[in-house]
Design a protein around this ligand. Structure first.
Ligand SMILES: CC(C)(COP(=O)(O)OP(=O)(O)OC[C@H]1O[C@@H](n2cnc3c(N)ncnc32)[C@H](O)[C@@H]1OP(=O)(O)O)[C@@H](O)C(=O)NCCC(=O)NCCS
Length: 147
């Protein structure tokens, strides 16, 4: 297993397969993907990309914290799900945000992924909402304690 920083375009095969299946490849490009504060991590097994996560410096007005980061594009190939790879990717993203002195990490979670994030200490806020063509989501967050 190897977890490393990757370019936004490298995430596309897994984004497409897991998050945008059957949709045009252009839908795998997210706004801000190549901003200087955006970072993408990939998890490789035998040089095959099996999981991805992206972190954007993005403030959500639901929260008052100044230094917020948003997780997006969290995905593990289906055959590798349930092996704690997702948890490993979130942990790596959190470490990265902590190093950048973040106060809060947030994201819009697919309804089916909410229990996964709850296990990792995230909390939902507000009612569910529909993201067209993707499905029902909940906003979730975790405040980061400063040591
Ligand atoms: C959601 C996803 C990223 C989780 O990654 P994963 O590698 O399968 O999850 P892990 O094996 O690291 O799971 C960590 C813990 O959460 C639990 N968990 C994972 N997915 C879960 C789910 N859908 N419902 C309930 N529990 C779940 C696991 O059982 C594990 O529990 P444990 O600590 O008691 O063993 C992955 O399943 C995935 O890519 N799903 C499809 C795309 C998606 O929904 N992405 C999220 C978009 S917001």
């Amino acid at each position: 297993m190897e977890l490393k920083k990757i370019n936004s375009i490298d995430t596309y095969p897994v984004r497409h397969e897991v998050l945008r299946k059957g949709k045009p490849i252009e839908t795998c490009q997210f706004k801000g993907d190549d901003d200087e504060n955006t970072i993408h991590f990939g998890l490789y097994q035998n040089e095959r990309l099996i999981g991805i996560i992206s972190i954007f410096k993005e403030k959500n007005d639901l929260f008052s914290e100044t230094n917020q980061f948003q997780i997006r594009g969290m995905a593990v190939l289906e055959e590798f799900q349930g092996k704690r790879f997702g948890a490993e990717l979130v942990k790596e993203a959190e470490n990265h945000c902590v190093n950048l002195n973040t106060d809060l990490i947030w994201f819009n979670a697919r309804e089916n992924a909410v229990p996964f994030y709850k296990k990792l200490g995230y909390t939902t806020i507000g009612d569910s909402f529909l993201i067209p063509e993707v499905g029902i989501h909940f906003a979730m967050y975790k405040k980061i304690q400063k040591s």
